[in-house]
Design a protein around this ligand. Structure first.
Ligand SMILES: C[S@@+](CC[C@H](N)C(=O)[O-])C[C@H]1O[C@@H](n2cnc3c(N)ncnc32)[C@H](O)[C@@H]1O
Length: 304
């Protein structure tokens, strides 16, 4: 019964089963940051532009004022959301690099969308990477990667899975995922789109099927944003905006409960990174004045 409810929630969250709009929006945010001067930008993704659809690019190029007005309107509705997404990219990039120095052996990116780490972080070319996403989004990803690099890189395995409907464990294992290796699992901009039961199943798969010192990193929002009780205008607007694009928020974590949530599910060494933390870490000097979205936090934890 619970299983069929989860599957129903997933089906309803993306009824068209078309490519993810949020994946493209996030690539667009990376494009914007990558265009800033080298000494100002918080992260850099030279490939992000290749994942923006022709009609969006044409609109932005042919109607610069309308496009600027659209960005300003998004910023008014959910202040700081782009900056928080940029901080998320940077936090995870830094984490991937430090994990490589600490002997990372395998990387799994769930809900990979148009994530380009596998192609832009040098050390990742020496380890096995699994990119998991729904078929429609992954199809575009694969086409674009072939266009950019002329062929698919041998260190990346693309696994088309609708998490919650298909068997993630089975699909990863049959595609060569090695459960004995030290692995980092990235769930960037993913858990908030999955039902709570599927988040639990995914974390349980990780704790039961990964090598020593494997770890997870993900971002999360407060439960109050998901259930509509958040009193901040930004929370209400954010929730509505995602409903409108057909990718509604389904999962959040009660404020102050991230550590308990993860320790109860078999993780230790929990690091909770709030908007204050990432603002202090990355946004200083010329970036001092940039506003963060206080509703987006990041979490890192190690499998016990
Ligand atoms: C907000 S985007 C984030 C993409 C990418 N991680 C990033 O940060 O650029 C969410 C991604 O999760 C994927 N996704 C959502 N629900 C999923 C599911 N049930 N199974 C697999 N992927 C899913 C979407 O297709 C999309 O690519």
């Amino acid at each position: 019964m619970q299983e069929s409810n989860n599957a129903k929630a997933i089906e309803m969250s993306n009824p068209s089963k078309g490519p993810s709009k949020t994946a493209e929006t996030i690539a667009m945010v990376r494009v914007g940051e990558s265009r800033r001067p080298e000494d100002e930008r918080i992260c850099y993704d030279p490939y992000a532009i290749r994942f923006i659809s022709q009609n969006v690019l044409e609109f932005a190029t042919c109607n610069p004022e309308k496009y600027r007005a659209f960005l300003a309107q998004s910023e008014r509705l959910v202040p700081g959301v782009s900056n928080s997404i940029i901080a998320r990219v940077r936090y995870i990039d830094d984490l991937v690099n430090s994990s490589l120095s600490d002997g990372l052996e395998q990387l799994v990116i769930l809900g990979a969308g148009y994530d380009t780490r596998a192609y832009r972080i040098e050390g990742l070319k020496n380890i096995k990477i699994f990119e998991v996403d729904q078929p429609a989004t992954q199809k575009i990803k694969v086409e674009k990667i072939k266009e950019i690099f002329k062929s698919l890189p041998s260190h990346v395995t693309y696994v088309s899975v609708d998490i919650g409907i298909d068997k993630l464990d089975q699909r990863l294992l049959e595609n060569g995922y090695d459960r004995s290796l030290k692995t980092l699992f990235i769930m960037e901009g993913l858990f908030m789109y999955l039902p709570a039961g599927i988040v639990d199943e995914t974390l349980s798969f990780i704790t039961h099927n990964s090598g020593r010192n494997s770890a997870i990193v993900f971002d999360y929002i407060p439960e109050s944003v998901v259930d509509g009780t958040c009193e901040l205008e930004a929370g209400k607007n954010w929730r509505k905006g995602l409903m409108d694009v057909g990718e509604p928020f389904l999962f959040g974590i009660k404020e102050g409960e991230i550590e308990t949530f993860l320790t109860q599910r078999g993780f230790s060494n929990v690091q909770n990174v709030t908007s204050k933390d990432y603002k202090t870490a990355y946004f200083f000097g010329k970036n001092e004045g940039r506003v963060m979205n206080s509703l987006l936090s990041f979490a890192y934890a190690v499998v016990e």
